[in-house]
Design a protein around this ligand. Structure first.
Ligand SMILES: [Zn+2]
Length: 89
């Protein structure tokens, strides 16, 4: 199975960990009263560290992620989490 990692691309980021799920970089995102005012989102990478470029803005596929893709993505994330914590099916 192909897996992906998520990394923050900010130059001065202190968080060099590879994450198995998308999210805001806790180190770079600025919070005020618990709300992210300057959200810095981690960027999807292939496991070999190269940038993942499926959803290119110049793509002819259109502007939005389809529901099916979103679903597959969520399933992949769930699977990733299981894989990370346990090897059983
Ligand atoms: Zn960061």
């Amino acid at each position: 199975m192909t897996a992906y990692i998520y990394k923050c691309l900010e130059e001065n980021c202190k968080d060099k960990k590879d994450y198995r799920f998308r999210g805001l970089c806790r180190s770079c995102t600025e919070y005020i009263g618990g709300e992210p005012v300057v959200p810095i989102v981690r960027v999807k990478h292939n496991v070999n560290g190269t940038l993942f470029q499926a959803y290119n803005s110049t793509s002819t596929e259109g502007r939005a992620i389809t529901r099916k893709e979103k679903q597959a993505h969520m399933q992949a994330e769930n699977t990733d989490e299981k894989d990370a914590s346990s090897t059983k099916e």
